[in-house]
Design a protein around this ligand. Structure first.
Ligand SMILES: *Cc1c(COP(=O)(O)O)cnc(C)c1O
Length: 392
């Protein structure tokens, strides 16, 4: 089956008693067993049958199965946020004395998780330029537990050579973990690019318009011990499994993901081209533009589309604030891939508590506005941007 069919037709592990077409919400915690032996087999993982909803729930399982079908993964585990998926993945590979080879160009909370929280438990960050393969090679040593990166960084929109990184890492038996939140797995196969573990904030594209928080660990099975840790140690001991109501919402989102994504990506490309013609904008950053430094690499790795995040630079921070204050249709809000177009000044919000020197190291500029392009008619989005530019 092709992706759009898999997203809709993945069968349930056990058929619903009433033949419900949309996924039923099993809003319960415990499951009954017909006899003591079956119960013992389920609890000791000799058979696969849900016993307690912190570890398994049929509504969540169906969501995971659909993602498994769409990605060709060996194992998929759903969490109650993107950060829960990321922290569980990193806890599964790391430990006292280990180091993580990664970049300063990371989602702010992921950077803080690696450079503050995990550091307190004896895991060391090695922040490098991941677009420089020699630097990656030099950073990996005996104690490296993974190379961690985002496939298109936000808000810098930097793209690293995934195959090149995977080759270097695999020679040294180090897994590559990649956050693919900004380009959905319906578009690109990270498995084919050598990624071992994919993590996703399903809060974004998958939740369908910002309905719920969720996250995924998509495990390609190259390091079986990682799945063992996630499923049989961390899920049980940390308790960050997705809830059935969220799995229901995100399953609905998954069914329309590809259709929505295609529209958002084509809106974004058209708008990026139009914004490049606006004299009040100093710079338009979108990896789908032909003159973008990552255009060719992004096409090779992710195919014809380039996501729905565009950033623009205006002449000053004041101009950015004026611009945001003049928007009428576009919402001043964070979040990515909502149905609505959103705009934010990252330096004063998401990164507002970082010192200026740190922002410079992270290439987060005071002159940048980030857009997440929505599902509206793109001409209306452009009109709003043009009228707000006239106000600065
Ligand atoms: C939003 C986001 C996260 C965190 O996801 P939550 O679901 O908000 O916990 C992680 N990585 C990237 C790239 C994101 O955009």
């Amino acid at each position: 089956m092709k992706k759009q069919t898999i997203a809709i037709h993945t069968p349930y592990v056990r058929p619903d008693a009433y033949g419900a077409l949309a996924v039923p919400i099993y809003n319960n915690v415990a499951f009954e067993f017909q006899d003591a032996q079956t119960m013992s087999d389920a609890f000791c993982n000799r058979i696969k049958s849900p016993d307690y909803a912190r570890m398994e729930n049929p509504t969540v399982t169906n969501f995971e199965q659909r993602v498994k079908g769409l990605t060709g993964a060996a194992h998929v585990t759903a969490f109650n946020s993107g950060m829960a998926a990321i922290s569980n993945a990193l806890l599964a590979v790391s430990g006292q004395g280990k180091n993580i080879v990664t970049s300063r160009h990371l989602f702010g909370n992921t950077l803080a998780l690696i450079s503050n929280t995990l550091l307190r438990f004896g895991v060391k960050p090695r922040l490098r330029d991941l677009t420089n393969l020699e630097a990656v090679d030099a950073a990996i040593d005996e104690q490296t537990c993974c190379v961690y990166l985002e496939i298109v960084t936000n808000p810098q929109l930097e793209v690293a050579d995934l195959k090149g990184i995977a080759e270097i890492a695999h020679k040294k038996k180090v897994p590559v973990i990649a956050d693919s939140t900004v380009i959905p797995f319906t578009e690109t196969s990270l498995k084919d690019l050598g990624v071992d573990i994919e993590v996703v904030s399903s809060t974004k594209y998958i939740s369908c318009g910002g309905t719920s928080l969720g996250g995924l660990i998509i495990d390609y099975g190259t390091y079986p011990q990682i799945n063992q840790r996630v499923k049989y140690e961390l899920l049980v001991n940390l308790g960050a499994y997705m809830t059935p109501q969220v799995a229901y919402l995100q399953t609905l989102g998954l069914e329309t993901l590809d259709v929505r994504y295609q529209r958002q990506a084509s809106n974004a490309l058209w708008l990026a081209q139009e914004l490049s013609q606006q004299p009040a904008i100093e710079y338009v950053n979108y990896v789908g533009l032909k003159d973008n430094p990552y255009y060719t690499l992004a096409r090779q790795q992710f195919g014809a589309t380039a996501g729905a995040i565009i950033t623009i630079d205006l002449k000053s921070k004041e101009a950015c604030f004026d611009f945001l204050d003049h928007l009428k249709l576009i919402h001043r809000a964070t979040n990515l891939f909502d149905s609505r177009t959103l705009a934010i000044h990252p330096a004063s919000t998401i990164f507002g508590l970082f010192p200026q020197r740190q922002l410079e190291l992270m290439d987060v500029r005071q002159t940048t506005i980030r857009f997440s392009i929505g599902l509206e008619d793109p001409e209306d989005i452009l009109e709003d941007i043009k009228q707000a530019l006239r106000g600065i």
